[in-house]
Design a binder for this molecule. Structure first.
Ligand SMILES: [Zn+2]
Length: 96
C-alpha cells in the first residue's frame, strides 16, 4: 500500500466544485458525515480551489475507525449519565 505524505499533490473529484480539481494532502480534523463527532488530525486530500476535504487515503482509515468507536462509546456514556435512553428502533440496523 502506498503511504501518502503531507503536501503531496494529486487530483480528485470535488463535490463542492463539481469537477476534477488539484488536491494537496494535509492534516485536518474531519467531522463524521453521518454522526456527531470528528476525527482529529488525519491525513486527507484537500481541494486546492475550495479547501474542502475531497478524499481520505486508506492509511487514515484505522484512525477514523478508532475515533468513531470512541465517539460511540462517549455517546452511550452520555446517555447513561443523563438517563435518557435512545428509543429502540423497530429496524435495529445500527446507524454506525
Ligand atoms: Zn473544491
Amino acid at each position: 500500500m502506498k503511504v501518502y505524505k503531507q503536501g503531496e499533490k494529486g487530483k480528485a473529484i470535488c463535490e463542492t466544485c463539481k469537477q476534477v480539481v488539484a488536491t494537496t494532502l494535509a492534516y485536518r480534523d474531519v467531522p463524521f458525515s453521518d454522526s456527531p463527532g470528528e476525527v482529529k488530525d488525519i491525513l486527507v486530500a484537500v481541494c486546492d480551489t475550495c479547501d474542502s476535504v475531497v478524499a481520505i487515503p486508506p492509511q487514515s482509515t484505522p484512525a477514523i475507525k478508532k475515533a468513531r468507536e470512541t465517539a460511540t462509546t462517549l455517546k452511550s456514556l452520555i446517555w447513561r449519565l443523563t438517563g435518557s435512553t435512545p428509543k429502540r428502533r423497530e429496524n435495529s440496523a445500527s446507524a454506525f
